[in-house]
Design a protein around this ligand. Structure first.
Ligand code: IMP
Length: 419
């Protein structure tokens, strides 16, 4: 029995959804522990694409329980929409999906505040997904947030009315925005809650029970550099996306963690604003974006592209106690004659968002298709060298390599659940 933690090594969108999906074949539970529906995990199964925002990727397997841990912030509306679209696709939900009663709820006024703040920041905006994530975590930390359990103890109506009145005051007087209709929102949210109430439970007990006797996958959302403490602050999300977030956001006993798998893209991308030392603001960057279909799964925004940043990779390995890596989207680099890896730079300037002395090493590309290759030895020799160079730079094994979007397009060098 093994418990595996999956975490994005850079700014998210490393392809975690696909790797979770591959591993979930042998998993009994798949657990989310932070973030909300700002995440977007894309899965391709038999040519059919499914994008999940809130529900763990394991939901697509009948054998796998999906758990939304206490650290996740939940939009009832987004959750119900996602459940509905999964049900329409013939996916079972009941007795497979469990949601922590301690999850904080995203109110429409949190969304309005997120959008208003971003507008007010203008050219200093964070580039958030506009889903209300930051304001919901603010209220959680300030101890005025609304939890799912508040519906059952019948304090939801009074607590949320009071909180939305406070939000309305800020929206109207500070941001000169329209107010939220408190009465209607409270009624609508109760209706949305009634649809999912049978899924709400004490997930910490469930997670600790399952992780003692079965295979569990803890699915990180966003990436290490979006961590509110360790990332490129303030251009980050509002939760701990790293190992620390797994512990607080699920109540999992760290002694039972067997393996941390860092998910690393063969190049780097970032959505939203903020520093990006190895960014390719040129034709190569545009081509990588085109070949890699680099559009945000949640907002549809273009992702910025750059060379693989091994300095961040090393930091990520340390912060997350990474044992091995899964390298994704190798095939996207198939057409390049030269490929660089960023190895070092000076301190990021957060006023200008620039980075001095960015240093790279350059390698020959492989210029041959790698799409769908299932064995390391079948990869072109320059692709093998690229992989081995990354391993050498970060002193960590690349245990899996993804060579296309489909579940079957993968090289598994190690059996992670056998560790
Ligand atoms: P927020 O999480 O919506 O507050 O956005 C804060 C920052 O995190 C922005 O730069 C977003 O683009 C980024 N972000 C949030 N979720 C994701 C994700 O799932 N993938 C990549 N970036 C994300």
């Amino acid at each position: 029995m093994s418990n595996i933690f999956l975490v994005g090594t850079h700014w998210g969108d490393e392809g975690k959804g696909k790797i979770v999906d591959v591993l979930s074949e042998c998993a009994d539970a798949c657990i989310r522990f932070q973030g909300g529906h700002n995440a977007g995990h894309t899965l391709v199964i038999n040519g059919v694409t499914t994008i999940l925002h809130l529900i763990p990727s394991g939901i697509l397997r009948d054998n796998c329980k999906s758990i939304i841990g206490n650290g996740v912030v939940v939009s009832l509306d987004a959750l119900n929409q996602e459940i509905m679209s999964l049900k329409n696709a013939g996916i079972k939900i009941d007795k497979k999906l469990f949601i922590s009663k301690n999850c904080h709820i995203i109110l429409p006024s949190h969304v309005a505040l997120d959008v208003a703040r971003e507008q007010a920041l203008a050219d200093r905006s964070i580039g958030t997904t506009g889903r209300g994530i930051g304001p919901t975590y603010e209220d959680k930390v300030s101890r005025r947030g609304i939890r799912l359990e508040d519906f059952e103890s019948n304090v939801f109506e009074s607590k949320s009315s009071e909180l939305m009145s406070y939000h309305n005051f800020i929206l109207e007087n500070y941001y000169q925005q329209n107010k939220i209709d408190v009465e209607k929102t409270v009624t609508d949210m109760r209706t949305e809650y009634e649809k999912i109430k049978h899924l709400v439970c004490d997930t910490t007990a469930l997670i600790n029970d399952l992780s003692s006797k079965s295979n569990c996958i803890f699915e990180g959302a966003q990436g290490t550099m979006l961590d509110v403490d360790h990332g490129t602050y303030p251009y980050v999300t509002s939760s701990n996306t790293t190992l620390a977030g797994l512990l607080s956001g699920s109540g999992f006993n760290v002694n039972k963690l067997d393996y941390s798998l860092g998910i690393l893209k063969a190049y780097t991308t970032r959505v939203g604003h903020g520093p990006f030392p190895s960014e390719l603001d040129n034709e190569i960057g545009k081509n990588i974006a085109k070949w890699g279909g680099e559009k945000g799964a949640t907002t549809g925004r273009d992702r910025r592209c750059g060379w693989l940043d091994s300095k961040i990779l090393k930091k990520s390995i340390q912060l997350n106690r990474i044992n091995g890596l899964a390298l994704t989207k190798l095939d996207v680099l198939d057409n390049l004659d030269k490929i660089k890896i960023c190895i070092d730079y000076g301190d990021i300037n957060y006023q200008t968002l620039t980075t001095p002395n960015v240093k790279y090493i350059e390698m020959d590309g492989w210029e041959k298709p790698t799409v769908g290759i299932n064995s390391f030895n079948d990869l072109p020799s320059n692709a093998q060298r690229y992989i081995e160079k990354i391993e050498e730079l970060c002193e960590t094994r690349i245990a899996m390599i993804s060579t296309g979007p489909d579940r079957r397009q993968v090289i598994c060098r190690d059996d992670l659940f056998a560790k």
